[in-house]
Design a protein around this ligand. Structure first.
Ligand code: NAP
Length: 330
């Protein structure tokens, strides 16, 4: 079936300015880390991407090694672009990254100029694109001079292969250094991509301050702690869920009784707000105005609809925030 985008797609989504840049990102973005690989059902991935776009999600987050197998999420996305979204290219923010292991040998991971530039070229081929909107250094490399990694990002932008540069999972000190180098090179750091959720709050210890002080945005990943901050695991580990899968980064041992007890109590607050647990977890991350966008993952269309459903319930009362804090701290 030929796809035509929903005419009302921009009516409901909230778009936030990414730091001090000219770029607006949707409050909710979709990541293709899981469920879009060669092992997954193509039509399900296609439906999720198109439904997301119809709901105003303009930002799709990829990386070289998303799959499995590595590279296949970019191939899936390239196929969807070609069949359905080609005429909407200028309405899309498409990202990729390099930093984790991608191909064998010494040039297939970390932060060398060799790896980043070759990997960006591969990503463009897999997606059938002339450029990505944002290219990230996926993680800091302790053994490569930061100048080299940042110069590679600068070169990727200057050669027209990416419009903006970003960094992911850099700590506050590394981030400040990277931001300074990129500024000196004349390619400002647009955005940082850290993990952040009710169960993982490391960004509150300095990183968000550094980003705010430097006018850099943040697109935060795993805002649902990979699904734990939903009502999915309240009665055990359901078949087909991420924690039930062998090749998953969410292990059944991560689903501890303590965490489940917290989710149960948080879920009561969510219900009193007229939200699902997943929705409250996303609203909570976005309560901090330094967060530009939450990058969610999804295995079905309904989860994307849940996420977009938060847009008119974003505010928290001081009492709600205090009760949530009490649960998270204990
Ligand atoms: N920069 C980095 O190093 C890095 C690292 C990790 C991720 N990321 C990016 O961030 C994106 C999101 O990461 P993530 O997938 O871990 O995010 P997440 O939003 O924390 O978890 C997504 C998972 O939660 C479950 N879920 C989502 N909505 C739900 C709902 N309404 N009700 C019940 N369950 C729900 C689904 O799991 P089920 O499969 O169980 O249904 C879904 O796959 C990735 O795709 C990637 O783009 C970046």
């Amino acid at each position: 079936m030929n796809y035509t985008a929903n005419h009302d797609r921009y009516n409901n989504m909230k778009y936030n300015r990414c730091g001090n840049s000219g770029l607006l990102l949707p409050a909710i973005s979709l990541g293709l880390w899981h469920n879009f690989g060669g092992i997954d059902v193509y039509e399900n991935g296609r439906k999720m991407v198109l439904r997301a776009f119809d709901l105003g999600i303009t930002h799709f987050d990829l990386a070289n090694n998303y799959g499995p197998p590595y590279g296949s999420a970019e191939e899936t996305f390239g196929r969807i672009l070609k069949s359905d979204l080609q005429s909407y290219r200028d309405e899309l923010i498409i990202t990729s990254k390099a930093g984790y292991d991608m191909w064998p040998g010494p040039y297939g991971e970390w932060g060398s100029r060799k790896y980043l530039i070759a990997s960006c070229d591969q990503s463009l081929k897999r997606m059938g694109l002339e450029y990505v909107d944002i290219f990230y250094s996926h993680r800091p490399d302790p053994n490569t001079p930061l100048e080299e990694t940042m110069m590679a990002l600068d070169q990727i932008v200057r050669s027209g292969k990416a419009l903006y540069a970003g960094i992911s999972s850099y700590d506050p000190e590394q981030s400040q250094k990277a931001i300074d180098i990129l500024k000196e090179l004349g390619t400002p750091c647009l955005v940082h991509q850290p993990s952040y959720s009710m169960f993982n709050r490391w960004v509150e210890d300095g990183l968000l301050d550094v980003l705010e002080q430097n006018g850099v945005g943040s697109a935060v990943f795993s805002p649902l702690f990979q699904g734990l901050l939903t009502n999915k695991y309240l009665k055990g580990i359901p078949e087909g869920s991420r924690a039930s899968k062998a090749a998953s980064y969410l292990q059944s041992t991560d689903i501890t009784p303590e965490k489940i007890d917290k989710v149960k109590r948080l879920n009561e607050i969510a219900e009193s707000r007229g939200q699902k647990m997943a929705q409250m977890a996303l609203s909570w991350v976005l309560r901090d105005k330094r967060v530009t966008s939450v990058i969610i993952g999804a295995s079905k269309v309904a989860q994307i609809e849940d996420a977009v459903g938060i847009l008119d319930t974003m505010e928290f009362s001081p009492e709600e925030l205090q009760t949530i804090e009490g649960i998270l701290q204990n």
